[in-house]
Design a protein around this ligand. Structure first.
Ligand code: ZN
Length: 221
């Protein structure tokens, strides 16, 4: 099969012919239908980011993956061939969190193998292209909002940077009931999109009135 692989020692990225993986015990194989490109992938290729737990020096990139199960390993229950799924961006292994497409082979390939516990079925109404980036661009801000920050309804929240993750953060904050939601980004296009997605206010961090505008919007908080 073809796979987009990075040699982290030489920094060389190439689409290569490699052996097809197969589902081992407790695993499934999916035929990949869509895979997202994260800025972390760019940083990996540029060498700004290094895998911490990769065995060897080459890895198939891609931690945002969706597809169809086409092989089910021994001992797997509740998942069937033909099911549409997305893959979580990583899993626990050896007492640490391993990232798919960084510490082990990911989804920039025709086939990807995943432990059954990190497979999430998706509804027919959700396209593979929309589903594939949920494991990163949606779940990351979701965890930041609900777990790390513990945001509650009516809490004022600022989102610094409303790109891929931030744009989703704004929508999730709307669901949680945060108010006001203040988007902060130097790019006018990103600020406009944030307002469209439900931000109450979108500010340029270089605006000389920035601090007073935030103070005004939050009653001085
Ligand atoms: Zn990512």
């Amino acid at each position: 099969m073809l796979a987009g692989r990075l040699n982290v020692s030489t920094g060389k990225f190439a689409v290569e012919e490699v052996d097809e993986p197969h589902a081992g015990p407790g695993q499934v194989r999916i035929a990949v239908r869509a895979a997202g490109v994260c800025l972390s992938d760019v940083h990996l290729i540029q060498g700004m980011l290094k895998p911490l737990y990769l065995a060897g020096d080459s890895v198939t990139l891609g931690h945002e993956t969706a597809g169809v199960i086409d092989e089910v390993g021994a001992g797997v229950t509740g998942l069937t061939v033909g099911e549409r799924v997305l893959l979580q961006a990583g899993e626990f292994g050896g007492g640490t969190v391993l990232t798919r497409g960084v510490d082990y082979d990911g989804g920039w390939a025709q086939y990807a193998v995943s432990s059954a516990a990190t497979v999430v079925p998706i509804p027919d109404t959700l396209s593979f292209e929309q589903a594939c980036f949920i494991p990163d661009a949606v779940s990351t801000p979701w965890a930041a909002i609900t777990t790390t920050a513990g945001v509650q309804a009516a809490r004022a929240v600022g989102v610094w940077g409303v790109g891929g993750l931030g744009a989703h953060a704004v929508q999730l904050l709307r669901m949680v009931g945060a108010a006001p939601i203040i988007a902060v980004d130097p790019l006018p296009g990103a600020r406009e999109r944030a307002l469209h997605f439900g931000a109450d206010l979108a500010l340029d961090p270089a605006d000389p009135e920035f601090a007073s505008l935030i103070g005004e919007a939050t009653g001085g908080v």
